[in-house]
Design a binder for this molecule. Structure first.
Ligand SMILES: Cc1cc2nc3c(=O)[nH]c(=O)nc-3n(C[C@H](O)[C@H](O)[C@H](O)COP(=O)(O)OP(=O)(O)OC[C@H]3O[C@@H](n4cnc5c(N)ncnc54)[C@H](O)[C@@H]3O)c2cc1C
Length: 407
């Protein structure tokens, strides 16, 4: 294995020959939205730009850096993925989208790890190269934090499974070719044991994707309704009843994902300082306190992220530090929006050019308190695993799913 610093030099040379250097347009603070609000045409154009880059990156051998060699990845430690992300930051790499991140960071690796040799050959490479795009069909109206309570059913009929149920909050589902779906195949065993994973083609009859309009404007999520949709047994990922293993591995990729975040999410402390300057408010003592508070929180967040990255680079599981980092990040995002709103006053509600971009931040930030595990769930992890507090009662652990009372 090449030393990470030498490898970094190779990456830089490849980037220099492939994408232009980062310019002022990438740094423009116009992109304050946490979730984009794009027309379908613009979304397609963005996806194509990102795919062109991701294909070039995959073909150059920089695709699935941390995925083990036997699963078709480069088998490198996380420090290489971190180095790649740091080098990419200096170039005009197209900003990633949720669907691309889910495809290359979650579904592609899951198929590569749990798929049969045939499934790997047919799907894993194309997913990692973004030739195919896939969303994550896990959450349901009654199963989010308690994902194992999912109720979408899959019943075997010959060599096909018949799917009935509803998924929700599926990022990018409208533009996805496939979805990594969790369904209940055995209701008569405890909830974690009766789940199976499938790679569902989204154009299957009986699969209906309905966009969800968000309060911040865009419609990047969807509800997915499954009504008698049939998926061949050949698209089952992992064994029957082993979906929870696929799910936990996929969620672990989500928590440790690094190297794919080439888009900043929402406005930063620097953007708020710039806003305060442009409004002539930097000598107001209350504003100064708010800005200082944001700055301190931002430094703490960065230090925690660095600690998690270092642990990952050293091959140590970041463990609960990941939860501390997630909590600090979502809290900072919310506070940043609130400070901008305080500064703008009533103008935040008007499309004056300066204010509305912050509205998109303010209304999008709460979504990050939920995505990837809610604030409360992170606090539970911290309470149990950092502070050693008594665990939450988990009374349904050994009860068959069919015997559970569900609301
Ligand atoms: C931006 C974004 C992107 C997403 N993308 C996807 C996707 O692509 N695919 C997908 O499958 N899902 C996706 N989700 C769904 C996400 O995983 C869920 O929203 C999340 O797991 C929370 O589940 P829930 O919304 O059902 O809330 P619930 O679990 O119903 O929680 C409701 C409230 O109760 C609290 N709560 C729940 N349980 C506990 C507890 N034990 N202790 C204390 N408080 C508790 C929660 O913190 C929350 O405040 C996305 C969500 C967001 C916001």
């Amino acid at each position: 294995m090449t030393d990470v610093d030498a490898w970094r030099g190779q990456v830089r040379a490849w980037l220099a020959g492939t994408v232009p250097p980062r310019g002022p347009e990438q740094d423009a603070s116009g992109d304050l939205a946490v979730f984009r609000n794009l027309s379908d045409d613009d979304e397609h154009a963005l996806l194509e730009a990102v795919r062109a880059y991701r294909r070039a990156r995959y073909d150059a051998g920089y695709g699935a850096l941390t995925l083990p060699l036997e699963h078709g990845g480069a088998g490198l430690p996380a420090s290489y993925a971190i180095a790649m992300a740091q080098e990419e930051a200096a170039f005009a790499v197209p900003p990633s989208t949720e669907l691309i991140s889910v495809t290359t960071g979650l579904v592609g690796p899951a198929v590569a790890m749990f798929g049969t040799p045939g499934q790997r050959a047919e799907y894993a490479g194309p997913l990692l190269r973004t030739d195919l795009l896939a969303c994550q069909l896990f959450s349901e109206p009654g199963a989010g934090s308690d994902l194992a309570a999912l109720a979408c059913r899959a019943v075997l009929d010959g060599d096909e499974w018949v799917l009935d149920g509803q998924k929700v909050w599926s990022s990018g589902a409208r533009f996805a070719d496939h979805g990594l779906l969790l369904a209940r195949t055995d209701p008569d065993v405890p909830k974690h044991r009766g789940i199976t994973a499938f790679l569902l083609p989204m154009r299957t009859p009986g699969v209906e994707v309905r966009p969800i309009r968000q309060m911040s404007g865009g419609a990047s999520f969807a509800e997915v309704f499954l009504t008698g949709a049939r998926v061949p047994d050949g698209l089952r990922i992992g064994g029957v009843g082993e979906g929870w293993r696929v799910a936990t591995a996929t969620l672990a990729f989500e928590r440790t994902a690094s190297g794919s975040g080439t888009r900043r999410k929402g406005g930063t402390v620097d953007d708020v300082v710039q806003l305060a300057r442009s409004l002539g408010r930097t000598s107001d003592p209350v504003v100064r306190q708010q800005l200082a508070d944001l700055h301190v929180r931002s430094v703490l967040r960065a230090a925690t992220a660095e600690r998690v990255a270092r642990a990952a680079a050293a091959g140590v599981s970041p463990g609960p530090a990941g939860s501390v980092g997630k909590l600090l990040a979502s809290d900072l995002l919310v506070r940043t929006g609130e400070t901008a709103a305080d500064l703008l006053g009533g103008r935040i509600t008007a499309d004056t050019g300066e204010g509305f971009a912050w509205t998109e931040h303010l209304l999008g930030a709460p979504g990050y308190r939920l995505a990837g595990g809610t604030d409360q769930v992170q606090r539970t992890v911290i309470g149990e695993r950092v502070l050693g507090l008594p665990p939450e009662p988990r009374v349904d652990k050994d009860v068959p799913f069919s015997a559970l009372r569900r609301g």
